[in-house]
Write a protein that binds this ligand. Sequence first.
Ligand SMILES: Cc1cc2nc3c(=O)[nH]c(=O)nc-3n(C[C@H](O)[C@H](O)[C@H](O)COP(=O)(O)OP(=O)(O)OC[C@H]3O[C@@H](n4cnc5c(N)ncnc54)[C@H](O)[C@@H]3O)c2cc1C
Length: 390
Amino acid sequence: MKFEATRKAGLLSLDAFVPQAGRKYTEQRNFDYGVETRNASSKLSPWLRHRVIAEWEVLERVLAQHPLETSTSFVQEIFWRGYFKGWLEQHPSVWQSYNEGLAQASGYLSSDYAQAISGNTGIACFDHWCKQLTGQGYLHNHARMWFASIWIFTLRLPWELGASFFLQHLLDGDPASNTLGWRWVAGLHTKGRNYLARAENIARFTSGQFNPVGELVEDADPLEEKRTHDLVPILYPRASPLPPKHHLYVVTEEDCWTGQMLPCPTSRVIGVVSPQSSSFGQKAVRAASSVLGGDMYVGHDWSDAIIKAAQDAQTTDIALSYMPIGYAADGMKKVYSKLQRDGFEIFQIPRRYDTLVWPHASKGFFKVKKNIPSFLKALGLETGNRDENL
Ligand SMILES: Cc1cc2nc3c(=O)[nH]c(=O)nc-3n(C[C@H](O)[C@H](O)[C@H](O)COP(=O)(O)OP(=O)(O)OC[C@H]3O[C@@H](n4cnc5c(N)ncnc54)[C@H](O)[C@@H]3O)c2cc1C
């Protein structure tokens, strides 16, 4: 399995997958037959996570070949990404408490933890997924659920360490989908409902490759937390179009979409990446900024690079795609005050898709799911007349 961080490779993978997005995906998506073989899932997540290819173009191509009735299952999965992003955006304390929990757990690293991350627990399926994760940077969704469940309920390790281990190795490592995926398994996202990996389920959905009878804790209470997480309405910092005049455009690991050229010819583009981003994310930013004619910087303090690029471009306007909660936004927060102090104006532009989906992601997935037909209509995807200003 090869994941090349370019738009061309993402679109080729999308085209190869589209014929399977209907009945085949619905019937077989939960089966994990291993790394190289016939899994029915799309493996599009690294490109989608960094918006090398965007949700709306995946939906457009799938719906051009399959009516919504047969592709509902796949279409809903696409909206899970936006659901988790919108949910985390409206519950920022969850990201904060994950990072605090991680810092605390990292102080008590045990030999059990060392065995788990090196794939030496003696639980064959877990050790196999661990090696697949560290070697390939990808795991099937069902394997992620089983792995997280065994980590939390059988090995009794802190969930934050497992989530961080995923983020270090997944090519699609994503602060929202990952943190909330782990919290969902733990029973913290849907309070009181945890996900328990069972030998019989693993045997069935790996077609007998693994059958860990007697090795797993199959009955355990969900995790609990003292802290409550209040809903904070989304306040887009500046819901404006790109500045009409000459500006500096900043590409980040959150949005590498170059599918539509920028409305005004920009004299300068730079890419910035946080040190925690996956290798795929770093390559994706490099590829996108180079398509748009720019350079790339890794690190958390990008202010000097941004200021220099803006000065070279003789502009004080800086534009970038709105950054959801995560490492890139954390990094940009540090840079903001310095840029503003030096007289730069920053335009964070939300994508239309996100402004439609995120406000519905305040509680469970149901509200997003119910609105899928109206989202498709609003985006022009239902009729094949996609809104060009996404
Ligand atoms: C514990 C855990 C951790 C996870 N960590 C991440 C992560 O760091 N990054 C990440 O992108 N996904 C994460 N997921 C979600 C999901 O497992 C992956 O998006 C999916 O496996 C990617 O494979 P695919 O592209 O073949 O998916 P497909 O089944 O082909 O689905 C198509 C697309 O729908 C979206 N999608 C599908 N399932 C989910 C889901 N449960 N949550 C959010 N979006 C989804 C993805 O964009 C995916 O590419 C995690 C899930 C769990 C249970």
